[in-house]
Design a protein around this ligand. Structure first.
Ligand code: FES
Length: 172
């Protein structure tokens, strides 16, 4: 990977025009372009599914930071993925408000109820310490890009039932 020299806007990258425009709009919101890097990488990942080197480089160029800065963040930050993931990624928030409302039990139940899909590699249940901003509806999990909240015993069994037969993890 080479170092980017800034927002070159090559126009022939992997990202769609829509995502490129969204990142450009995001960058314009911040006095420091670098501040937009994390949300920009999240946007890129939401489109592509993960962050291969060419997408990291393209995002860095759009934000106007060196490729190395984007790569460092992509590797460091647990919610960014530089390798292709499973078909369905379930991320449970384990920050304090969710922890107090049973996040660990939720993780245990999901891993147990979805053991077959976890075993065949089509689904992962991850824990994160990143608050998703849905504390008032704890405990919660993000299934792909969809928030599933108030996951009490009944709701989590419903979720397990949906994901047991899911082929793409979309639950909306
Ligand atoms: S602590 Fe879990 S969403 Fe905020």
């Amino acid at each position: 990977m080479t170092e980017g020299s800034g927002a070159r806007g090559q126009g022939s990258g992997v990202l769609s025009d829509r995502t490129r425009a969204s990142i450009a709009a995001l960058v314009a919101l911040y006095p420091e372009r670098r501040t937009a890097l994390l949300p920009a990488l999240k946007m890129a990942q939401a489109e592509v599914g993960y962050l291969p080197p060419e997408v990291i480089a393209e995002t860095a160029d759009l934000v106007g930071v060196p490729h190395s800065a984007a790569l460092e963040l992509a590797v460091f930050y647990t919610m960014l993925h530089t390798e292709p993931g499973p078909e369905t990624r379930v991320v449970v928030c384990a920050q304090l408000p969710c922890a107090l409302r049973g996040a660990e039990g939720l993780i245990r139940d999901l891993r147990s109820g979805l053991a077959t899909r976890i075993a065949d590699g089509s689904l992962e249940v991850e824990r994160t310490s990143e608050c998703f901003g849905a504390c008032h509806r704890a405990p919660m999990a993000r299934v792909g890009e969809v928030y599933r909240e108030n996951l009490d015993a009944t709701a989590r069994q419903q979720l397990i039932g949906e994901l047991s037969g899911s082929t793409n993890g979309r639950t909306h």
